[in-house]
Design a protein around this ligand. Structure first.
Ligand SMILES: [Mg+2]
Length: 362
């Protein structure tokens, strides 16, 4: 189904402002079990070339029919079954994650255990969008620290960068702080990017083009701040290239961007073998997508708090029965129930559903 839920607060990045979360939700029914996955594409192709009306088509016309009648003994079979479709990682990821949920539920196992997670609670970070004024940003950061968040990430873009950071560092000299540019700069801005070194940032996320590895390697040689790649990491091959070229020192894993859980695990393992730390990014997911991010946060090479915030950061009421909550120290318990560990609130889901389609696969 396609859902549209209002966000509590609009979220602004270097490519625009979002006030409604729109997502394609996949539900797989098998016997008595129901499993869910969420596509992380957006309404428009700004973060990625994928976008919801296209994902709707790819999922219902291509991906789901490929599963029809197939003997699937493990969610790891998904990659082979859908190999013919090139790209479309977010569309594939939505179905693949639902498949993991289904398998873990029927195997009586929580997802985090199935993927080799090593912790029972995770550390939460917050990603703060571009604000109307620096004063609003400062008060948002102060409130987030009071709430317990363990790291602050702020979105930057040309014109909203070093001056803003100067104010932030004056107010909060020692907090773990990182910035995310969502590919808003080019090497022409190297002076601004070099200038960011004086703010002692944990990392700068995706400063250059969304597909680039080469220019990031040039930039990383010129700046002290570690570069973290998000958009540029499409799978484990990108991690190998990044490492070989020296394009960055940290990887942001977003399950949708790398095709789901199996893709996330291979990016994670490839990074860990090369001693590259990772953390788990976010796409303003509902509780369904969030549950997979929580499980991925338990992996051993996750060495920074990510973008996984409690449900109440985004929605007045999440579409799951027990929303994700964070304690005053910025930690979130990992659900111990089977599968993704959540129970979908069918009524809430129904309330925000704009369109649905039912396919019979067997
Ligand atoms: Mg990012």
């Amino acid at each position: 189904m396609l859902i549209r839920i209002p966000l509590l607060n609009p979220f602004e990045t270097s490519f625009g402002r979002t006030s409604v979360k729109e997502a394609v939700i996949v539900r797989l029914d098998s016997g008595d079990s129901q499993a869910y996955g969420e596509c992380t594409a957006e309404r428009e192709p700004y973060y990625s070339y994928e976008f919801n009306s296209m994902s709707w088509k790819v999922i219902s016309d291509l991906i789901l029919p490929m599963l029809a009648g197939a003997e699937i003994s493990s969610p790891l079979d998904f990659g082979t079954l859908t190999h013919r479709v090139r790209g479309h990682s977010m569309s594939k990821g939505a179905v693949e994650m639902a498949l993991w949920d289904l398998f873990c539920r029927s195997a009586g196992m929580p997802l985090h255990r199935a993927i080799g997670g090593v912790r029972k609670r995770i550390e939460c970070g917050i990603s703060i969008g571009i604000q109307d004024s620096v004063d609003t940003l400062i008060s948002t950061i102060a409130r987030s620290l009071d709430q317990g968040y363990r790291r602050i990430k702020i979105k930057v873009k040309p014109g909203w960068d070093t001056e803003v950071l100067e104010r932030v560092r004056t107010e909060f000299p020692d907090i773990p702080l990182q910035v995310d540019a969502n590919a808003a700069y080019s090497l022409h801005s190297i002076r601004t990017l070099k200038d960011m070194d004086r703010f002692n940032l944990t990392m700068i996320e995706q400063p250059l083009d969304y597909d680039d590895l080469l220019e990031h390697s040039i930039l990383q040689r010129r700046i002290r701040t570690p570069i973290c790649l998000d958009e540029s990491i499409k799978g484990d091959e990108s991690v190998k290239l990044m490492h070989r070229l020296g394009s960055g020192r940290v990887v942001n894993i977003k399950a949708g961007r790398v095709g789901g859980i199996a893709g996330s695990l291979s990016v994670h393992d490839t990074a860990m073998e090369r001693n590259i730390p990772v953390w788990i990014g976010g796409m303003l997911e509902t509780g369904i997508g969030r549950s997979f991010n929580v499980a991925l946060n338990t992996l051993p090479d996750v060495r920074f708090p990510g973008d996984t915030s409690p449900s109440s950061r985004y929605f007045r009421r999440d579409i799951i029965v027990e929303p994700f909550e964070m304690d005053s120290k910025g930690r979130m318990p990992v659900p111990s129930k089977n599968g993704s560990g959540i129970e979908v609130d069918e009524r809430e889901l129904e309330r925000w559903t704009a369109k649905r389609k039912i396919l019979k696969l067997s």
